[in-house]
Ligand binder design. Structure first.
Ligand SMILES: N[C@@H](CCC(=O)N[C@@H](CS)C(=O)NCC(=O)O)C(=O)O
Length: 184
């Protein structure tokens, strides 16, 4: 039995985080792709509260929630490619931006995504999916950090092709719009 198993979804950025951490730390793991429209009994068993991916199993013990999984990996394998900086203040900053991404960025992108306006739909495709969300002039440091991040071999290996993501995102958007039309 593999020591580490990861239940994930190929288009999930929460899953990508954990895949990246595992890869950076050089840990072998078995990857189990979940169909989120038809979740497996194993996923529901291991994450009965949220029923979401990612879930990591370490020696058959489940850990859910991507950020909690990242902390778990870092605390279990602290010496190989630490995910957080050493200094407490720098760690606080990294945790702040991680929280910001989950608390503000994700929901903001989701809200634009679910908007019925055609103009906004086009904006989502252009700005979010073609990764122009971060304006280099307004946010030069964040923009250059993102470009550096994308250049890492480990990141390239994990991130799905943008066209595939775009097609998937378009399908999800259509589904959300038809659900919201049915409710009106
Ligand atoms: N806060 C969670 C979010 C995970 C999440 O939203 N996962 C999505 C895929 S991106 C999911 O499993 N969705 C299935 C559902 O909501 O039923 C984390 O950081 O792990």
């Amino acid at each position: 039995m593999a020591d580490l198993k990861l239940f994930g979804s190929w288009a999930s950025s929460y899953t990508h985080r954990v895949q990246l951490a595992l890869k950076l730390k050089g840990l072998d793991f078995e990857y189990i792709e979940e169909d989120l429209a038809n979740k497996s009994p194993s996923l529901l068993l291991h994450n009965p509260i949220y029923k979401k991916v990612p879930v990591l199993l370490h020696r058959a013990r489940p850990v859910a929630e991507s950020v909690i999984i990242l902390h778990y990996l870092d605390e279990t394998w602290p010496d190989v490619r630490p995910l957080l900086p050493a200094a407490p203040y720098d760690r606080a900053l990294a945790r702040f931006w991680c929280h910001f991404a989950d608390d503000k960025l994700g929901p903001a992108v989701g809200a634009v995504f679910a908007s019925p306006s055609e103009g906004q739909g086009a904006a989502v495709e252009q700005e979010v999916m073609k990764v122009k969300l971060v304006d280099p002039e307004a946010f030069p440091f964040f923009h250059s950090w993102l470009r550096d991040f994308e250049e890492h071999e480990e990141v390239k290996e994990i991130m799905p092709a943008i066209d595939r993501l775009l097609e998937y995102a378009g399908g999800v958007r259509q589904m959300m719009l038809s659900l919201s039309n049915q409710q009106q």
